[in-house]
Design a binder for this molecule. Structure first.
Ligand SMILES: Nc1ncnc2c1ncn2[C@@H]1O[C@H](COP(=O)(O)OP(=O)(O)OP(=O)(O)O)[C@@H](O)[C@H]1O
Ligand SMILES: [Mg+2]
Length: 321
């Protein structure tokens, strides 16, 4: 960890005790759908304040892991331990999604889920209001504490929109925003709940290179300026390798590697897993990865990553350039 605010994530909890260095831990998490094992005894430890990327080919179990962490899926086996900064331990397996959110986890979705007919600001205000405890009757009657809550949520929503760079779009309908802006709005909505841990499921999917670059900056700022730990699922290898402190790799529901971006890139099991992928996007990811590796190993006579990639792709019957 390099920046001051990364350390903000480690600041002592109220009462002076140092927060536990591991914010989230999964142990033996196993999720099955009929005969299909979507997560197979996954052990993962996430450090407080880090950006941890989860990568792996299509169908590897990445989204299933997010769904298991946030209460959407109930794994048949294993434990998911979350340690809030304030102290204590919470078992997340089997918790209801809104309870998980109250504990300080927020997520975005692989398929954008916004209220398209509401404005961008309203989308964020709804999320802020999930943190408030104002009841519907007080709101209808316009009671003073309800009016105060409304002002607070408005202010907070504006703040978050400014942070993600969407302040000029607040009154637009969510559906009318560009794809990249919608992805940002989803992140704004997640941040509005003031999470300690943010889970991003393919935030760069469908975005153009400029939007990807802006997104990379935003993820960094969320981590360093807000002190939020970030768990990131992403197929874009350049984004992953540049933004992640560490990377964990899933393949067929199993964790096959974990380490720094550099360690994971060199891991033969990871290269093999990606070479087995038939999807076009994955093939591109492999091509990117291998190009980076080849450049990095230009002076290394032992290195044969590019050869392996060529073998893998020709096995698929694809033409080599
Ligand atoms: N609700 C479900 N019912 C049945 N099978 C499911 C369900 N959710 C996930 N799966 C299966 O679990 C496996 C893992 O899927 P998951 O969506 O977690 O993969 P992923 O790594 O997120 O893939 P992608 O990169 O394509 O998003 C797949 O075989 C998928 O079909
Ligand atoms: Mg997925």
């Amino acid at each position: 960890m390099t920046t001051e605010t990364k350390r903000a994530a480690d600041r002592p909890a109220e009462g002076g005790a140092e927060p536990h260095p591991t914010i989230l831990e999964t142990s033996g998490v196993t999720l099955r759908f009929g005969g299909l094992t979507s997560l197979d005894h996954v052990d993962l430890a996430m450090r407080r304040g880090e950006i941890l990327a989860i990568i792996g080919p299509n169908g590897a179990g990445k989204t299933s892991l997010f769904n298991s962490l946030t209460g959407a899926y109930l794994p048949q086996e294993g434990a998911i331990t979350y340690r809030p900064r304030a102290g204590g331990e919470e078992e997340l397996r089997g918790r209801k999604p809104f309870r998980v959110s109250r504990l300080g986890l927020a997520r975005t979705f692989q398929n954008i889920r916004l209220f398209g007919a509401l404005t961008a600001l309203e989308n964020v205000k709804i999320a802020v209001e999930t943190r408030q405890r104002t009841d519907a009757v007080s709101i209808m009657l316009g009671l003073p504490h309800a009016r105060r809550a409304e002002r607070d949520s408005d202010r907070r929503a504006h703040e978050v929109m400014r942070f993600v760079g969407l302040e000029h779009r607040i009154n637009e309908l969510a559906a009318s925003l560009s794809y990249g802006e919608q992805r940002r709005l989803e992140i704004a909505r997640a941040l509005a709940t003031e999470p300690e841990l943010l889970l991003l499921d393919e935030p760069a999917a469908g975005t153009n290179p400029t939007e990807k670059h802006d997104l990379e900056e935003l993820i960094r700022r969320i981590n360093t300026e807000l002190g939020v730990s970030v768990l990131l699922i992403e197929h874009d290898m350049r984004l992953v390798m540049s933004v992640a402190d560490r990377v964990a790799v899933l393949n067929f529901g199993r964790k096959i590697a974990e380490g720094t971006p550099g360690q994971v890139q060199r891991d033969p099991a990871v290269i093999e897993a990606y070479l087995g992928a038939s999807d076009e996007e994955e093939a591109e990811a492999v091509a990117d990865l291998v190009a980076d590796l080849d450049a990095e190993h230009a002076d290394d006579p032992e290195w044969r990553g590019g050869d392996r990639a060529a073998e893998g792709r020709s096995n698929d019957g694809e033409e080599r350039p």
